[in-house]
Write a protein that binds this ligand. Structure first.
Ligand code: HEM
Length: 410
């Protein structure tokens, strides 16, 4: 079977196909209109693509369970064994999820995030300083690919020296081969790298004073007991991957998009109050997270199709966010002046992104500083390199040139 969604002819949607990554929206358009409850017989999954269907599935966690995994390639039966090495709350349903989410919300607070703005700005400017005199950079390698790991590491209490290696592991975890659902050795090595690091880190923290959220978690109890090692590792891995990968990709997606919409970029430069809206529109229009996987706990029917208990369902965030039924006739246009009531970029309901406030702040601050210090950046579109994963969209390399400027730091 062709690993693509062809522009015409048979509709085949394969989230692992590199051609789909080049333009998932062509496939999404056809899915919404021609097959709103789409079945892929080869990879054995359903896909929901209309806004209302995706929203309703996010809401109905009793039917659309997270316990079978949230990525298609790591799905497993919901009544089977859980991974023994780490357990993430993103893969739990209520009531277990509720207890874990409550617990982490006690240490990952709104105040903790609000206090980070100056620190985030300092970190971003440090990376811009390293390229500003040269007048050229790889936006990903030099700026957007690094700073979110620094930020989430500052939250977790990970020493500066350890951060580049962690970022490298995290980047590898999501890499996938063209058209293939299997997890390549490189990705497995990335996960082992992360787990190995945090096993040692937890050992150190148990015997000596540590700082940050990880050490806070070590002192907390859930249902009258301490967190287990797999639960602690689950938090560490989830925070590092969720906190680093999606934000990294989102900032480069924003710069790439704005470089192709010079009028909107000019509007941003003229009115800095638009930065938060621009960030929000990038999340709606071209989010770094394209889908979440769910497993059905009972038989349901959608758009006349019978979907069975145990089946996999992809909730296509990227498709839902382009649905004209929700966003109007120009839903497929990028417009930073848009003020949608809601979008699904951070999911919805029980698992709504815990880091949404942090991600919004990181994205806004990075865009503000990039546009303040290198406002005339030009993206070398011929040499940009796409990142290939199943549900995370972004760039591996985004070369830019700009008028050189002075460093801020001495
Ligand atoms: C632009 C950046 C981000 C995007 C697009 C994003 C997207 C998402 C989405 C769609 C979900 C829902 C998952 C589901 O329903 O299964 C989610 C959950 C989550 N995100 Fe984010 N995220 C971002 C940044 C962050 C950051 C910076 C953190 C760091 C703290 C974070 C931590 C989490 C956690 C812990 C969950 C699981 C929540 C739960 O299970 O209750 N995310 N994110």
């Amino acid at each position: 079977m062709a690993a693509t969604a062809a522009a015409a002819g048979e509709l085949v949607y394969n989230p692992f196909a590199f051609t789909v990554h080049d333009d998932p929206y062509a496939a999404y358009r056809r899915l919404r209109e021609e097959a709103p409850a789409y079945w892929n017989p080869e990879l054995r999954f359903w896909a929901l693509s209309r806004f209302d269907d995706v929203l309703e599935a996010f809401r109905d966690y009793e039917t659309f369970s997270s316990a079978g995994g949230i990525a298609l390639e790591s799905r497993r039966p919901i009544d089977g064994d859980r991974p023994s090495e780490q357990q993430m709350m993103i893969e739990l349903d209520p009531p277990e999820h509720t207890a874990m989410r409550k617990l982490v919300s006690r240490v990952f607070t709104v105040q903790r995030v609000a206090q980070m703005e100056d620190e985030i700005r300092r970190i971003v400017n440090g990376y811009i300083d390293s390229v500003i005199e040269a007048g050229r950079a790889d936006l990903v390698a030099d700026i957007s690919g690094s700073f979110p790991m620094d930020v989430i590491s500052a939250v977790l209490g990970i020493p500066e020296a350890d951060r580049p290696a962690l970022a490298e592991h995290a980047d590898r975890v999501l890499v996938r081969a063209d058209g293939s659902m299997s997890i390549p050795p490189e990705a497995a090595e990335g996960m082992f790298g992360l787990l190995g690091y945090f096993m040692e880190d937890l050992k150190r923290r148990r015997t000596a004073e540590g700082e940050g959220l990880i050490s806070d978690l070590l002192g907390l109890e859930v249902d009258g007991r301490a967190l287990t090692e797999p639960e602690l590792l689950g938090f560490c891995v989830l925070f590092v991957i969720a906190g680093h990968e999606t934000t990294t990709k989102l900032v480069a997606n924003a710069v790439e998009l704005l470089s192709r919409h010079p009028d909107q970029r000019a509007a941003l430069l003229a009115d800095p109050a638009l930065f938060p809206h621009a960030m929000e529109e990038v999340m709606r229009f071209h989010n770094s997270t394209q889908y979440m996987h769910r497993t059905l706990t009972r038989d349901v029917t959608r758009h006349g199709r019978a979907m069975g208990a145990g089946d996999s369902v992809l909730l296509l965030i990227g498709a839902a966010n382009h649905d004209h039924r929700e966003f109007g006739p120009d839903a497929e246009a990028f417009d930073i002046h848009r003020r949608p009531d809601r979008h699904l970029g951070f999911g919805y309901g029980t698992h709504f992104c815990l880091g949404a406030a942090l991600a919004r702040m990181e994205g806004r601050v990075a865009l503000e500083e990039i546009h303040r210090r290198m406002p005339d950046y030009r993206v070398d579109h011929d040499n940009k390199v796409r990142f290939h994963s199943s549900n995370v969209t972004g760039w591996t390399s985004l070369p830019v040139a700009f008028t050189p400027g002075p460093r801020l730091a001495a």
